[in-house]
Design a protein around this ligand. Structure first.
Ligand code: FPP
Length: 270
């Protein structure tokens, strides 16, 4: 079923999913399938503006955003991406009107109950990062159930950031370090980058290679501050509800044209 192109083998699972999408089919030919970004993280932005452009309440923008979430999760899983992280609710989003927060929580619950089948079908492992215990009890329960139901899956790791803040994540890691020093489990001299990485919410997950932000804003918004140190940033003016599989594939094509130097000199310069 899989098709050989100049730059590797297109995953068999992806072809039937994109065959009616001409733009996606063209992009698939441009991707080097042997060197995909291992971890793609997305700051989904622009739901409110999308709704305003349509003359709809903000909540309808979030509802339309779910369509984009479904498409991106399925495309990434079929394409063989190892980890996909979506920023769904930040620690700062509690400042929004109560009706909007309630609607977001409801949409998350609906999404989890409707999409569990897709996650199981594609062997997706669902996880969350953020202070889960700050969410309403029923949402926590649904999130924990989805994590448990998919924990034996060995396909793409799909992480949703909920009640997540990059700075609170660092605060939690610093607290863990102090606790460990106090209890004698950690010598301060042994505190290094790998210790910190292993005490972030993303312990055991490779850092994002590609960070996507929609709606054209050039901000990080307190997202994965430690982990994105060397991520390639790709910004599109597309509002999140309009983001489609072709946009994801385009971001991968562009990512593969970047030269990642990690602080060293370029291949040709040295
Ligand atoms: C940003 O748009 C979007 C959010 C804060 C929430 C994203 C949530 C979803 C797409 C739905 C639930 C998610 C999942 C994973 C089931 P904004 O409201 O800040 O847009 P604006 O900047 O145009 O106002």
């Amino acid at each position: 079923m899989s098709r050989s192109v100049a730059s590797g083998v297109v995953p068999a699972d992806l072809l039937p999913y994109i065959e009616s999408d001409e733009e996606a089919c063209k992009l698939v030919e441009l991707i080097d399938w042997a060197s995909l970004p291992r971890h793609i993280a997305i700051i989904m932005d622009g739901n409110g503006r999308w709704a305003r452009h349509q003359g709809l309440p903000r909540v309808e923008g979030h509802r339309a955003g779910i369509t984009a979430v479904r498409e991106v999760v399925e495309t990434a899983a079929r394409a063989g991406i190892e980890t996909l992280t979506l920023y769904a609710f930040s620690a700062e989003n509690w400042k929004r009107p109560k009706e909007e927060i309630d609607a977001l929580m409801e949409l998350l619950k609906e999404y989890l109950s409707r999409e569990l089948g897709t996650m199981l079908e594609h062997s997706i492992r669902f996880e969350s990062i953020g202070r889960l215990d700050g969410l309403p009890e029923d949402v926590q329960e649904d999130v924990r159930n989805a994590i448990a139901a998919t924990s034996a899956n060995d396909g793409m790791r799909f992480i949703i950031a909920l009640n997540y803040g990059g700075r609170t994540e660092l605060v939690d890691a610093f607290r863990a370090a102090l606790e460990n020093v106090r209890s004698g489990e950690l010598d301060p001299g042994d505190l290094d980058e790998s210790w910190i990485a292993e005490h972030l919410y993303t312990a055991g997950v490779a850092d994002p290679d590609l960070l996507i932000r929609t709606s054209g804003e050039l901000r990080i918004s307190n997202f994965m501050l430690y982990q994105i140190a060397y991520a390639e940033i790709w910004v599109t003016s597309r509002l999140w509800p309009d983001f489609r599989r072709a946009d994801l594939l385009q971001s991968i094509v562009d990512f593969q044209k970047r030269e990642r130097r990690y602080g060293s000199v370029g291949g040709e310069t040295g």
